[in-house]
Design a protein around this ligand. Structure first.
Ligand SMILES: Cc1cc2nc3c(=O)[nH]c(=O)nc-3n(C[C@H](O)[C@H](O)[C@H](O)COP(=O)(O)OP(=O)(O)OC[C@H]3O[C@@H](n4cnc5c(N)ncnc54)[C@H](O)[C@@H]3O)c2cc1C
Length: 390
């Protein structure tokens, strides 16, 4: 049978946001293509996903497949380990305080993408092209897309879910502002001898956060933000020595540690597209916004892009067009820009030697620790679905 080549919506990119977008489009009853080359995942990468993201995964029916891999996050403990004169008090946020069993779940990236793509394979609305998009041309009434293997298809709307070096973004002419931090994030997984009790623990050092996120069993994923040269050294030392240094940085709170996956270091950078849509194209996930792995925002924000996509697709338009994309851009502005600013300020507030900024941080965390209504407000804001229209 000749494969179909005319779609209402075409998703480019098969990371978590791409597959989720395909499922959202299918749920809205739109004929959907996804162009997704098979992906290689670094072993040991996980994403902490908050309540809103988990709700979306539940709506897609993906959570049962993830149950054996997802670890609940019931509390978040922040410890000032800057060793500075002005230090913030330790604060723990409990999900129970705002009536939740968990803030969310920590899920291995690979399992997440497998679960979503499996659902997509079972949808009659979705056609999968295991390929890359290599050319796009925009017409008045549609978008033409050519794949690396020479397949041509056409679509009313195209969604760029194709990551940091997005082809869709480039072809649409949307500029992206990128900036770098003089930091790298070293990522690995560790087994521990003391139970984590579903508490995510974040030590704030003057080089960046050192974060231990619960995984299933006596295991945690580590995101260790350091100066680039130190991160490179930490990647090279033997496993046993690394585990000892990690235990020391964790003040032995989780007992002795053992490395259970390869160590990978990512230079810390961020970025923001000037617009999230133009003409018949819209951008989601890292094609639209690049976050450093601080505060677990990147994929949560990407999945909120997918929720916004769901919203605009449900706006009873018989044909998807520029108006659909423009509405998406309007919905995503405030959320993406405010989170970008918040994460940037949070990171810089740790690195700065400026005493007034250190004092402000200490006051804010003291207030959070000592005043339950303020703590609850912060938790609710942290989990809020901050975009108009939902
Ligand atoms: C160390 C680390 C820890 C993190 N922890 C968290 C966390 O705890 N919580 C959180 O919310 N976020 C976290 N993030 C961020 C999160 O991992 C990313 O936001 C998320 O993976 C981005 O997903 P994506 O689908 O947008 O992009 P990607 O995962 O990059 O997917 C893009 C896909 O597009 C494909 N592609 C590219 N070009 C083309 C083309 N021309 N045609 C077709 N396909 C193409 C690529 O092959 C790729 O599969 C973390 C990031 C890092 C680096």
């Amino acid at each position: 049978m000749k494969p179909r080549d005319d779609f209402e919506i075409c998703i480019v990119g098969g990371g978590a946001t791409g597959w989720a977008a395909a499922l959202a489009a299918a749920e809205a009853g739109r004929t959907t293509a996804i162009i997704a080359p098979s992906a290689a995942f670094p072993v040991g990468r996980t994403a902490a996903l908050f309540a809103g993201s988990i709700e979306l995964l539940e709506q897609f029916g993906a959570m049962p497949d993830l149950a054996s891999a997802a670890a609940p996050l019931q509390a978040m403990r922040l410890i000032d380990d800057t060793g500075r004169l002005i230090r913030a008090p330790e604060v723990t946020f409990y999900a129970g305080e705002i009536g939740l069993n968990a803030f969310g779940y920590n899920i291995p990236n690979r399992r997440l993408v497998e679960a979503l793509s499996e659902r997509a394979r079972n949808s009659r609305y979705i056609t999968i092209f295991e390929d890359t998009a290599s050319e796009l041309s925009f017409r008045n009434d549609c978008v033409h897309i050519t794949t690396g293997r020479g397949t041509s298809l056409k679509s009313d709307l195209v969604v760029g879910a194709d990551g940091v070096r997005s082809l869709v973004r480039a072809k649409t002419g949307i500029a992206v502002r990128r900036w770098r931090y003089a930091q790298s994030a070293l990522v690995t997984t560790l087994s521990i001898t003391h139970p984590h009790h579903s508490v995510s623990t974040e030590f704030h050092t003057d080089r960046g956060p050192f974060t231990l996120v619960p995984m299933q069993g006596n295991n945690v994923s580590l995101v260790w933000v350091e100066r680039p040269r130190e991160a490179a050294l930490l990647c090279e030392i033997p496993d046993e020595e690394f585990a000892r240094r990690a235990e020391r940085s964790a003040h032995s709170l989780l007992g002795a540690m053992q490395v259970t996956s390869p160590r990978v270091s990512y230079p810390l950078s961020a970025g923001l597209a000037d617009r999230f849509a133009s003409g018949r194209a819209l951008l989601i996930g890292e094609a639209a916004h690049i976050f450093p792995p601080i505060g677990a925002q990147g994929l949560n924000l990407g999945l909120r892009d997918v929720e916004a996509l769901k919203t605009v697709l449900s706006l009873n338009r018989s044909r998807l067009d520029e108006g659909t994309a423009a509405e998406f851009h309007r919905l995503r502005q405030a959320d993406v820009r405010s989170r970008t600013l918040a994460v940037d300020l949070l990171n810089r507030s740790l690195l700065t030697g400026l005493l007034p900024v250190q004092a402000l941080r200490a006051v804010a965390l003291s207030a959070a620790g000592g005043f339950a209504p303020f703590r609850r407000f912060l938790m609710q804001q942290g989990l809020a679905k901050t975009f108009r229209g939902l």
